[in-house]
Design a binder for this molecule. Structure first.
Ligand code: HEM
Length: 538
């Protein structure tokens, strides 16, 4: 589409000028003044010194000097696309969120990412993948900031800086870049055994997806849905790829790392450009909102737990289609700011202590990353619903606010009268009872079982998936320098399953320890095996 506003000479003007940079018939400086030459500095003679008075040279180089912004502290490397979410309207009985309850079409922006590597790292490393979706709903922005694995390493956000410090490259040598094969990672996950489940997912084929288009996505935490009648339901969100779930094998991943480090990024962009639009169905697992917030003995506030689909089926509620590539990586993919606190009426949070920390962390980091508090005004972050806030001024303020009374009620500006009932339909926290309690720094007893769920995952794998898991643990642990860490990792594996431990121990040339916990009697969950999901769903 052409510029909205065009000058008599055919130049886009105003805000459009920036959007259509390089489209004008003549070159200007940042102030719109025509320039005759941008290839030569102003000098005292052709071989003489460059003059300090060259204001164009200074502007051009100054701007270049400030092109980079800090990369995300995690999930720095990503790729994104625009699309639409078509709701089936099937969630109406459990949520009043219009974009789910009605058969509405909602614009979306989705960013996929690796977690640990820096912005320029390779795509096909063994890592968790981010799957973050911004829904520009008619009731405000809703962000579903999830991963391609349904569980997380830790149960309390206060440990997040620690697990990330352990997973990022060693502070002395800055290696390894973006892979889990190093001492600090294994040191952490074997000393904090709540990480066992997520680590097992990482060592499975899920850690090396074939494509972003063939990954599942998960909201991980349990959220709370609020229906029109005020009734509440606990929920876990799932994205199911229409192409099925597919992974690389380790040898492929390693070769691709060298041959095409942009493999996933290229695959997503090429598919969309070719009209092969990737699609995911959004599904929900719902649970009664009971005071103990458990389901079939599973603590729903513990993000290291999943609920097997055999116990709570995933009900489809809408279809996501990615159909447009970003036109500017920096403006869209880099400047997009997701936040688990971007919620709409009908979707609320629970007391998951990991979620609580995230509610603080995202806004906080974005103030640094995006240079001040006004990043919601960046085009990619702007809600499509009307905004009538009372936030004013600040670094990089681009709005020219009208009126004199940014407070309410007020008797000066017509736009903000206090009208009883005017806020009907607004975001209202669900009136959940907070337990009477004493201040403590401790985890509940129900967070203490770190091995039953990993055991269920292991027992659900097909023979070839098990072979890959054994290979992954053996490879990654063989890269540790510290023997004691390898031995501790084997102890963790013995507590998942002695057969898994024995195979990895043999590969490492170490004795296999006995389990130190009773092995849980858990039924396999066929839905966890990728084999059952490796074909298109229609
Ligand atoms: C970024 C997911 C836990 C802090 C991200 C992104 C995803 C994500 C997908 C990338 C967003 C993008 O593409 O821009 C998750 C999931 C978690 C989790 C699924 C657990 C269930 C945490 C915790 C913290 C945290 C516990 C901190 C206490 C951050 C930060 C960023 C980030 C600081 C960078 C955000 C930015 O610069 O815009 N996370 N995360 N995350 N996450 Fe998390």
């Amino acid at each position: 589409s052409g510029p909205d506003t065009v000058s008599p000479t055919g130049q886009p003007t105003g805000a459009d000028q920036a959007r259509f940079a390089q489209s004008g018939s003549y070159l200007t400086n940042a102030q719109g003044t025509r320039l005759p030459d941008t290839d030569h500095s102003l000098k005292a003679g052709p071989r003489g010194p460059v003059l300090l008075q060259d204001h164009h040279l200074r502007e051009k180089v100054m701007h270049f000097d400030h092109e980079r912004i800090p990369e995300r502290v995690v999930h720095a490397r990503g790729a994104a696309a625009h699309g639409v979410f078509q709701s089936y309207g099937t969630a109406a009985s459990v949520t009043k969120a219009a974009f789910l309850a009605e058969e509405e079409e909602t614009p979306v922006f989705v960013r996929f990412s690796t977690v640990l590597g820096s912005r320029g790292s390779s795509d096909t490393v063994r890592d968790t993948r981010g799957f973050a979706t911004k829904f520009y709903t008619s009731e405000g922005v809703f962000d579903l900031v999830g991963n391609n694995m349904p569980v997380f390493f830790i149960q309390d956000a206060i440990k997040f800086p620690d697990i990330i410090h352990a997973g990022k490259p060693h502070p002395d040598r800055e290696i390894p870049q973006a892979q889990s094969a190093h001492d600090t990672f294994w040191d952490f996950v074997t000393l904090h055994t709540e990480a066992t489940h997520h680590t097992l997912w990482n060592m499975s084929d899920r850690g090396i997806p074939r494509s972003y288009r063939t990954m599942e996505g998960f909201g991980v935490h349990t959220f709370r849905l609020v229906a029109a009648d005020g009734g509440t339901t606990l929920v876990k969100f799932h994205w199911k790829p229409k192409l099925g779930v597919h992974s690389l094998v380790w040898e492929e991943a390693q070769i691709i790392n060298g041959v095409d480090p942009d493999f996933h990024r290229r695959d997503l962009a090429d598919a969309i450009e070719a009209g092969a639009y990737p699609q995911w169905e959004l599904g929900i697992q719902t649970f009664p909102d009971t005071p103990d917030q458990t389901f079939e003995g599973i603590d729903l506030l513990d993000p290291t737990n999943l609920v097997p689909e055999e116990l709570a089926p995933v009900r489809p509620v809408g279809l996501l289609t990615l159909n447009r590539n970003p036109s500017n990586f920096f403006a869209e993919t880099e400047q997009v700011a997701f936040h688990v606190g971007h919620l709409v009426p009908g979707i609320d949070i629970t007391d998951d202590p990991l979620l609580a920390g995230r509610l603080f962390s995202y806004l906080d980091t974005q103030i640094t990353r995006l240079g001040g508090p006004n990043f919601p005004q960046l085009p990619i972050n702007r809600p499509h619903a009307p905004v009538n806030d009372m936030l004013r001024d600040g670094l990089h303020q681009t709005a020219v606010h009208r009126g004199v009374a940014p407070y309410r009620p007020n008797s000066l500006d017509g736009g903000c009268p206090f009208t009883a009932g005017a806020d009907t339909g607004a975001y209202i926290e669900s009136p959940v009872r907070v337990p009477e309690a004493t201040k403590v720094r401790e985890a509940p007893e129900s967070f203490a079982d770190h091995f039953s769920q990993p055991r269920r995952f292991w027992l659900s794998m097909s023979p070839v998936e098990r072979e890959h898991i054994i290979g992954a643990y053996t490879f990654e642990l063989s890269k540790c320098y510290e023997q004691a860490i390898r031995e501790r990792a084997l102890q963790v594996l013995a507590n998942i399953d002695p057969a898994l431990c024995a195979e990895v121990a043999a590969g490492l040339g170490l004795p296999a320890p006995e389990p130190t916990v009773p092995l849980a009697d858990v039924a396999p969950s066929p839905a966890l095996s990728q084999v059952g999901q490796s074909w298109p769903t229609d």
